[in-house]
Write a protein that binds this ligand. Structure first.
Ligand code: PBG
Length: 314
């Protein structure tokens, strides 16, 4: 009876798998703070994409991890057509074609030696407008590599509009933009730093949002839509379900939520200690995010949950 009258359902197609691919490795490297998640080799990434597809997952969000020596102040590897992310997009595309939606993180922090999402001005602050020029170039190389959706995640003002123009200029009108609309400056990104080998100097408070603010997200939402966002996202997910609910009731574009590294790590750590029921906790967090209004959820559990849903275990 509960199953029959359930108001919220979770399906494999609701899920998007974020995945890391690291340059220059021959074996996958486990991420200690995210048990079960690895930095992929080019080869294991292709396999992970196939596995996700077979589990019914609808998309994969790719993050590139360049060799340390290739990180610099401008994040040059992010716009190199032979940079790891661009190579990985082509690899995944060759493997799964258009059956899986291929998405890419459009941000500089994986490629900068200072770990910020943009380039810095003379005072060491992120320079918004100079960063936008880098993002425009990134969007173009990612689109050239064959990505279906770009995800500008740096929270620079005007990023969606600049990326839209850059894509249209090179005839990539059909590449969509998943806007990180409401992205909060969060402690829960912690494990991600290890995942992308980033040693951030300082914090992101000059460009990411204050957890105390909700109305600010509605302003970000209006701007992103005006600039041409095709889909919008709230991130992190769990601590911001009210923001998600409000965004979802205010728009008619698809709404996504990103269950981030720290949300994953918390459940895995508590489960490892035997303090919570891992499976139930995972499904409860995802159901909560769906109930709050996300149509799509980026989660590191995507493939596993997709498999379990397909097997009828939930
Ligand atoms: C920026 C980016 C971050 C995440 C996704 N894109 C890091 C940040 O903004 O600090 C975090 C994802 C996660 O924690 O799982 N490139």
């Amino acid at each position: 009876m509960r199953r029959m009258v359930a108001e919220t359902r979770l399906q494999p197609a609701d899920l998007i798998l974020p995945a890391f691919v690291r340059e220059g490795i021959t074996e996958p490297v486990p991420i200690a703070a995210m048990p079960g998640v690895v930095q992929h080799t080019r080869d294991t990434l292709r396999k992970a994409a196939v596995e996700a597809l077979e589990a019914g997952v609808s998309g994969i969000m790719l993050f590139g991890v360049p060799e340390d020596a290739k990180k610099d102040a401008a994040g040059t590897a992010g716009t190199d057509p032979e940079g790891i992310l661009q190579v990985a997009i082509r690899d995944v595309k060759a493997e799964v074609g258009d059956d899986l939606v291929i998405m890419s993180d459009l941000c500089l922090d994986e490629y900068t030696d200072h770990g910020h999402c943009g380039v810095l001005d003379g005072d060491g602050r992120v320079d918004n407008d100079a960063t936008l020029e880098r993002y425009a170039e990134m969007a173009q190389v990612q689109a050239d590599a064959g990505v279906h959706v770009v995800g500008p995640s740096g929270m620079m003002d005007g990023q969606v509009g600049v990326v839209r123009d850059a894509l249209d200029t090179i005839g990539k009108e059909d590449v969509s933009i998943l806007a990180y609309t409401a992205k909060y400056s969060s402690a829960f990104y912690g494990p991600f730093r290890e995942a992308v080998g980033s040693s951030l100097q300082g914090d992101r408070k000059t460009y990411q949002q204050d957890p105390a603010n909700l109305r600010e997200s509605m302003r970000e939402l209006a701007l992103d839509l005006e600039e041409g966002a095709d889909m919008v996202m709230v991130k992190p997910a769990g601590p911001y379900l009210d923001v998600l609910a409000k965004v979802a009731e205010s728009v008619d574009v698809p709404v996504a939520a990103y269950q981030i590294s720290g949300e994953y790590a918390m459940v895995e750590a508590a489960a490892e200690k035997g303090w919570i029921d891992r499976d139930r906790a995972i499904f409860e967090t995802l159901t909560g995010i769906r109930r709050a209004g996300a149509q799509m959820i980026l989660t590191y559990w995507a493939t596993e949950v997709g498999q379990k849903l397909s097997a009828g275990r939930r």
